[in-house]
Ligand binder design. Structure first.
Ligand SMILES: [Ca+2]
Length: 167
C-alpha cells in the first residue's frame, strides 16, 4: 500500500507541475526530499504539540469551502504540531483523521496560506484516517483550488495540513 501511495502521490505531483517543481514550490520542501516523500514519510504519531507557535505561524493553515471558488460555508484549520525540524525550515502540521459528518464529502474548493516565510500545503484523502487508496497534494502557490479539476469534488474525508516556516 505504501509503495502504491508513493507512486500515486508522485503522479499527482508530476501532473500538477508538469513533472518539474518550480523554485517557489521547491522552497516549501526540505532539502533532499521529493514532494511526495515528505507527506508520506512523516508519522502523525511523532508530531510534537507546540505550546506557543512562532508568530509567523499563528493561525496559518488551509481553508475549506463548501462550494467552488471559496463560496458557501468556510472552515479554516490551522497547524498546531511540529512535524519535523530541518536546518533551513521547520515543518508544522495538523492531521485531521475525519472531517466529521457535516463536512464529509462536501468540500469543493480550498486555499492554503502563504506568506514570505510560510508556505502551506495539504494532503487530502477520500476516507477517514488517510484511507481511500489515493492521495492528492495541493499547494498554497496554486491559490484558490477548485477540486473538481482534479477529480476530488465532494470527496474529502480526512486530510493533513503542512506549513513550512523558513528560518
Ligand atoms: Ca461541495
Amino acid at each position: 500500500m505504501k509503495a502504491k501511495s508513493l507512486i500515486s502521490a508522485a503522479i499527482v505531483v508530476a501532473s500538477l507541475f508538469g513533472g518539474q517543481l518550480s523554485a517557489a514550490q521547491l522552497k516549501t520542501l526540505p532539502l533532499n526530499q521529493s514532494a511526495g516523500q515528505i507527506l508520506l514519510q512523516l508519522d502523525p504519531g511523532l508530531f510534537q504539540r507546540v505550546g506557543v507557535m512562532p508568530a509567523a505561524m499563528v493561525n496559518k493553515g488551509c481553508t475549506f469551502y463548501e462550494d467552488n471558488d471559496g463560496q458557501g460555508e468556510a472552515w479554516h484549520k490551522a497547524v498546531g504540531w511540529l512535524a519535523q525540524s530541518y536546518e533551513n525550515q521547520d515543518s508544522y502540521a495538523e492531521y485531521v483523521t475525519s472531517v466529521g459528518p457535516w463536512w464529509n464529502d462536501k468540500i469543493s474548493s480550498l486555499q492554503c496560506d502563504e506568506t514570505d516565510t510560510v508556505k502551506c500545503s495539504i494532503g487530502i484523502y477520500r476516507d477517514d484516517n488517510k484511507g481511500g487508496g489515493d492521495e492528492a497534494i495541493l499547494w498554497s502557490s496554486q491559490g484558490m483550488i477548485n477540486l473538481d479539476r482534479y477529480g476530488w469534488n465532494d470527496a474529502i474525508s480526512s486530510y493533513m495540513v503542512f506549513c513550512n516556516l523558513l528560518k
